[in-house]
Design a binder for this molecule. Structure first.
Ligand code: PLP
Length: 375
C-alpha cells in the first residue's frame, strides 16, 4: 500500500529507468565529447536517446537540447530570448504559470509581460487571449501545457496554431503533461520544456525543444556540447533513464488515464460527501487524471498535512517548491481567492500505480483527520 500522493512534486524512479541508469553508469560513463572508442560509444548512445525522445515528442532530433530539468529549461530559454528580442518586446503568458517561468519573465521583461485572464474554473479565457494577442502584438508567448497545482489543461494546440498564424514564437512548459498525456504532438510547439523526475525519470535531468536545429540560441555558454546550445558534459545515464521512463509509460497512457481518473473521481466524491463544504478547484475543467485540488471547509492546510503525514500519507498544499511559504498558490491568486481560502488548499496527486485501496485509504484518513480537527 502506498500513501504517496505528491506525484506532481516528484515521482519514484520507474524500474525500467533505474535499470537503464545503472547500465549506463556502469558501462557508458565516459565523456561523450572525448575522442577514444569508449567515449564514441557513449556519444552514440546519447544521440540514440535524443532520437528516441524526439520520436516521442514528434520533432526532429536536432531540436532537442538536454538540460538539468524544467527550471533550467524555462529560465535559460527566457533569458536567451530576452537577449535576442528587441528591448521593447512584450511577452504574453497565463496567470497560472510555475515560478520557474514567472520569475525570469519578471526579471528579463520588466514591465513588458501581459497575462491572459483565468476564468473562475481556472481555465484560460480564450476570448481574452485572442484579444490580447491582437492588441499587444507580443514577440513571444509562453503558456504551460498543464497546471501543477490543480491539473487544469491549457488548449496549447489552439494557442500554438494562433501563434503560428501570426508568426509569434510559442513556448510551452510541458512538465506536468509529459508522462501523463500523449506527447507526440508537442513538437508542433516552437519550444517545449520538460523534466524527467515528473514521469519516473531521475532528478536533475530534462530538456528544451528548440524551434529549429540550427537556431542560434545559447542557453549556457562555455563549451561545444549540445551543438553549442548548452555547454557542460551531458549526463548520459540520466538522459538514458529519462527517455526509458517516458517510453515505458507512454503505451499505457490511455488505460492509465481511464483507470486512474475514475479512482481519483471516486476519491474526490468520497471526501466531498464525508466533509461537507469541501470544494474542488477546477472541477468542471479538463484536468490531469491524477490531480485534485481541494479547498477544505475549515482548518489550516499545514495541520491537515501534518496529521495526514502521521498516518503515512504524503500530500501537498500547492506547488512543492512554494509549499513552505504563506499563501503561495498561484492558481488561487489567479482566480481571486481570499488569503483564508488559500490557507485551506490541499493538493493530492496520484501516480501511475496508485491502487484503488490507496485512494480509499487516503479518503478514510482525511475523514478521520477532519473528525479529529473538529473535535
Ligand atoms: N514547471 C512546472 C509546471 C513544474 O511543476 C515544475 C516542478 O514542480 C517545474 C517547472 C520545475 O521542474 P524541475 O524540478 O525539473 O526544475
Amino acid at each position: 500500500m502506498s500513501g504517496y500522493f505528491d506525484h506532481n512534486a516528484t515521482t519514484p524512479m520507474h524500474p525500467a529507468a533505474r535499470e537503464a541508469w545503472v547500465t549506463a553508469t556502469e558501462r557508458f560513463w565516459h565523456n561523450p565529447s572525448s575522442l577514444y572508442r569508449e567515449a564514441a560509444a557513449a556519444k552514440e548512445r546519447l544521440e540514440h536517446a535524443r532520437e528516441r525522445l524526439s520520436e516521442l515528442l514528434g520533432c526532429e532530433p536536432g531540436r532537442v537540447v538536454f538540460t538539468s530539468g524544467a527550471t533550467e529549461s524555462n529560465q535559460a530559454f527566457l533569458r536567451a530570448m530576452a537577449a535576442k528580442l528587441p528591448t521593447d518586446a512584450r511577452v504574453l503568458t497565463s496567470s497560472i504559470e510555475h515560478p520557474s517561468v514567472r520569475t525570469p519573465l519578471r526579471l528579463c521583461f520588466p514591465g513588458r509581460v501581459d497575462e491572459v485572464r483565468s476564468l473562475p474554473d481556472t481555465t484560460l479565457d480564450m476570448r481574452d487571449f485572442h484579444c490580447v494577442l491582437g492588441e499587444h502584438k507580443p514577440a513571444l508567448v509562453t503558456m504551460m501545457t498543464a497546471n501543477n497545482e490543480c491539473g487544469t489543461l491549457l488548449p496549447w494546440r489552439d494557442i500554438a496554431a494562433a501563434c503560428r498564424a501570426r508568426n509569434i514564437p510559442f513556448h510551452t512548459d510541458a512538465t506536468q503533461w509529459l508522462g501523463k498525456l500523449p506527447a507526440h504532438q508537442l513538437g508542433e510547439c516552437d519550444y517545449v520544456s520538460g523534466s524527467a523526475h515528473k514521469f519516473g525519470g531521475p532528478k536533475g535531468c530534462g530538456f528544451l525543444v528548440l524551434k529549429a536545429e540550427d537556431e542560434a540560441l545559447c542557453l549556457q555558454g562555455g563549451g561545444p556540447q549540445e551543438s553549442g546550445h548548452r555547454a557542460g558534459t551531458e549526463n548520459y545515464a540520466s538522459i538514458e533513464a529519462m527517455v526509458t521512463a517516458l517510453e515505458a509509460v507512454t503505451p499505457e497512457l490511455d488505460e492509465t488515464a481511464k483507470v486512474q481518473g475514475t479512482r481519483r473521481d471516486a476519491f474526490a466524491a468520497h471526501v466531498c460527501q464525508g466533509i461537507p463544504g469541501t470544494r474542488i478547484v477546477a472541477q468542471g475543467a479538463l484536468r490531469l487524471w491524477n490531480t485534485v485540488m481541494f479547498v477544505m471547509p475549515r482548518h489550516d492546510n499545514r495541520k491537515w498535512l501534518a496529521r495526514l503525514s502521521q498516518q503515512g500519507f504524503s500530500i501537498s498544499t500547492g506547488s512543492a517548491c512554494s509549499s513552505g511559504s504563506e499563501g503561495a498558490s498561484q492558481v488561487m491568486q489567479a482566480i481571486g481567492a481570499t488569503p483564508d481560502e488559500m490557507r485551506r488548499v490541499l493538493r493530492i496527486s496520484g501516480g501511475w500505480d496508485t491502487a484503488a485501496p490507496d485512494w480509499s485509504g487516503l479518503a478514510d484518513a482525511m475523514l478521520q483527520v477532519w473528525r479529529s480537527l473538529e473535535a
